[in-house]
Design a protein. Sequence first.
Length: 40
Amino acid sequence: MNPFYAYHIVTRQKMHLGQVIHFDENQKIPCIDFSSSGSN
């Protein structure tokens, strides 16, 4: 399971899909952090 996929689902609830992709491209570091922290 790629971290981007998990991050995409987590941020999907917070921001729009367009915003998620744009944010992920600029910062791939928080992508992994959100995935690990969002693993409830």
